[in-house]
Write a protein that binds this ligand. Structure first.
Ligand code: ADP
Ligand code: ZN
Ligand code: ZN
Length: 727
């Protein structure tokens, strides 16, 4: 007797699967990865086969049979990967499995099916009918005439000459035509951004990196490589050559990029090089497109997959290569359940498949620097030097004029006078981040979250940037009636206006998630900036990502240390990446360029090293700091967050969780908290932090605790989330 061990696609934590089902022969070929419709209690739901066995612990009469087997499924390797993710990130098997199943397969049912296209061709009787005296209506005659040329026509084409599907069916019934249904993949549009240069001869450094990748692929040592090089040093050329090498070995490649909308250049270069062998998987595809791209990968028609973090689960066989471009980018961490890190999943999958993992960045993470063998691309491919960076001290009494330093204004005026373009980055949107009453001191905060409301002047509203709450901008204080309300600080909206004055009459383009909210607006803003003769692009970190403009001669970063003020051990790393990324992107093309960094912390190592384009110096000192403090990569962090509508409940739950975890932890693990975090979306939050020298026992302790608490009645209304390797 064959027994299928099935994980139901239900995310309730209290379930302890897998469950045994008897497999009748009539169900056909069912194996690990098959999706079955199963009776489950009183419901009928979908489940995934995670194992097949000969016997069950249950007596035969208690075993139910599946109702049907779906056509779609996952490979055993991918089932293993999905379960690993669930386990490693303390989630449920269902959530892990959903990541590797065909798009749309889940609790709600199956996803969209294939699209068929109808086409018609003339039969011999049809040809005779047209020639001879058979009576034909005008529509039918038009149809036969259209088809009397050569071969087959699509129904859509016939529609254009007035022959609709009903007419075609009638012609078919009379035996005059044959109708054919063929599967036609829905393909996503690839934005053409003029991908350039077919296959340049690789430089020595690029060849060295490539050889190491290919050697790894051919089964020798070295299955991981960190490719370190500034923007323009030729990393993407190495990725392209490595993917080519994989294809030549009949193996596939996955190319992960931070955000598809911010990486049109990378996508279009891969599409230009590999054509139909490239598939795209990202969240902006329609359900049909996603299903068809997924299917092209599964069937092996497409062998290169480009996409953001979820593309690490692309269903390709014989994987030879996984590339993680801009590996420092925080978007590789999934924020929902499971909170997986695509870089870790990529490493795991590469190991499973015997594939090579390549991580590329100008500003690698300390973890990767410490852990991975490395190839450097120390120079830009065009030989241009990196631009000089000047740090501007914004502390009181050092020549500052509001949000813009005097030197910044001078440099902008110079750009206006001598031609060229400038980019200004400020990682804060809106007009100003705080509003308060001069008379009574009232400050405007979000009613749902413990944060300030941000002034948005154009739409005259105060907005919460955490939950989306908005209210009209007040003209007087509701507490004391005073009309002297003060706006503190500046966001992109206000800076855009200041810049417009400074560089008048040059155009100023603002790029942030407010201005780029409508679909496609983001590319349109970049296109307008690109095609105008002169101008200034101002925005959040979106302006520093994924695209380069050769005629930018000045880049400015405002409030460069804002990220340093977060109480987080990664703030140094983030600040360095932010400044170094924009600095490294400037001064491409003939005219060179310069970079200005405005900051309140001119002496901070992250700022000083970034200004010197010194990634190695930064990483060396940062790793030393982490070694002393026992932070990753010298330990593993885990965060447990408990939230509840009332503060008391959140506190009690956190205390309970603390005690339960404590009891399970091996010696040497530090458990910190419960510590309050700011209230968010009306929920009070408490967090526990674990710092563990060894990963597996600590993850196991957290997982058991969460499973255990999930069933507890006293914790009704409490939500628990686990973040392994929090960012
Ligand atoms: P990165 O990915 O590091 O930003 P790219 O691969 O995009 O770098 O290379 C930057 C530019 O230099 C591109 O226009 C690319 O075509 C060109 N380039 C890269 N490698 C070479 C090379 N070996 N010879 C000539 N041009 C090159
Ligand atoms: Zn007041
Ligand atoms: Zn809010």
């Amino acid at each position: 007797m064959a027994i299928a061990k099935v994980e139901p696609l239900l995310t309730t934590r209290a379930l302890r699967g897998p469950f045994d089902y008897r497999l009748p022969a009539s169900l056909g070929d069912v194996g690990v990865g098959s999706v079955l419709r199963i009776p489950f209690g009183r419901q009928r739901i979908l489940g995934v086969v995670v194992d097949v066995a000969e016997t069950s612990d249950l007596p035969p009469e208690r075993l139910a049979e599946p109702l049907e087997a779906l056509e779609a499924g996952a490979t055993p390797e991918m089932v293993r990967l999905g379960l690993w993710v669930a386990h490693e990130y303390c989630s449920t098997p269902a959530r892990g499995l959903e990541l590797v199943l065909p798009p749309g397969t889940g609790r709600s049912g199956r996803g969209p099916g294939p699209r068929f296209e109808l086409s018609a061709s003339l039969t011999p009787p049809g040809r005779e009918a047209l020639a001879g005296g058979v009576r034909l209506g005008p529509v039918q005659r038009a149809g036969l005439e259209a088809l009397s040329g050569d071969g087959e026509l699509a129904a859509a084409e016939l529609q254009q000459v007035g022959v609709d599907t009903r007419a075609l069916r009638r012609l078919e019934a009379r035996g005059f035509i044959e109708l054919h249904r063929t599967e036609r993949a829905r393909r996503p549009a690839i934005v053409d951004v003029g991908a350039r240069s077919p296959r340049p001869e690789l430089t020595w450094d690029q060849k060295v990196a490539l050889v190491r990748i290919v050697t790894g692929m051919d089964g020798h040592d070295g299955r991981e490589l960190l490719l370190h090089g500034v923007t323009g040093s030729g990393k993407t050329e190495v990725y392209l050559a490595a993917a080519q090498a994989a294809l030549e070995r009949a193996r596939g490649a996955i190319v992960l990029v931070p955000e598809i909308a911010l990486a049109p250049q990378t996508v279009s270069r891969f599409a230009a090089r590999f054509g139909d062998r490239v598939a795209l998987l990202h969240s902006r595809l329609t359900a049909g497109e996603r299903r068809d791209e997924w299917e092209r990968l599964r069937s092996g028609e497409a062998r290169v997959c480009v996409g953001p973090r979820s593309a690490v689960f692309a269903p390709m066989r014989d994987l030879g290569l996984i590339i993680v471009d801009e590996e420092h980018d925080s978007s590789y961490k999934q924020e929902g359940d499971p909170r997986y890190d695509a870089r870790e999943v990529a490493a795991r999958r590469a190991e499973q498949a015997g594939a090579v993992l390549v991580c590329g960045s100008a500003t690698p993470r300390p973890e990767s620097w410490e852990r991975m063998p490395r190839s450097d691309l120390p120079e830009r491919a065009d030989g241009a030097p990196l631009p000089p960076v000047e740090v501007l001290d914004m502390r009181i009494g050092s020549g500052r004029e509001g949000p813009l330093h005097r030197r910044t204004i001078e440099a902008l005026t110079e750009v206006r006078a001598t031609g060229g373009k400038a980019i200004v980055m400020l990682n804060r949107r809106g007009w100003s981040p705080h509003l308060d009453c001069r008379a009574c001191g009232r400050a405007w905060g979000c009613p749902e979250c413990d944060v300030s409301l941000v002034v948005h002047r154009r739409d005259e509203r105060l907005r919460c940037h955490h939950c989306g709450y908005a209210e009209p901008l007040p003209s007087s204080c509701p507490d004391c009636g005073s009309v002297t309300l003060a706006r503190h600080g500046a966001g992109t909206e206000r800076v855009a206006e200041l810049l417009a004055e400074a560089v008048d009459p040059l155009p100023v383009f603002r790029l942030d998630s407010d201005s780029a909210a409508p679909a496609g607006a983001h590319l349109e803003i970049l296109r307008r900036f690109d095609t105008s003769d002169q101008g200034v692009l101002v925005g959040t970190q979106m302006v520093g990502k994924g695209h380069d403009f050769p005629d930018v001669v000045l880049s400015v970063i405002l409030d460069a240390d804002a990220t340093l003020r977060f109480p987080d051990f990664r703030s140094e790393e983030r600040t360095f990446a932010l400044v170094a990324q924009l600095a490294g992107r400037s001064g491409r093309g003939q005219r060179g360029g310069r970079v200005l960094v405005q900051t309140l912390a001119p002496q901070a190592p992250a700022i000083r090293h970034a200004a010197a384009h010194d990634a190695e110096g930064f990483l060396t000192s940062e790793l030393e700091r982490r070694r002393i403090l026992g932070y990753p990569p010298f330990s593993h962090l885990m965060r447990l967050e408990l939230t509840a509508p009332e503060a008391d409940l959140a506190e009690a739950a956190a205390q309970l969780a603390h005690d339960r975890v404590q009891g399970r932890l091996p010696a040497g693990v530090a458990l910190l908290g419960p510590a309050p975090r700011f209230r968010l979306r009306g929920r009070h939050r408490r967090q526990l932090l674990l710092k563990a020298p060894e990963r597996d026992p600590a993850v196991a302790a957290v997982r058991e605790t969460v499973d255990d608490l999930a069933g507890s009645r006293t914790l009704r209304g409490v939500a628990i989330s686990v973040d392994v390797d929090p960012q």
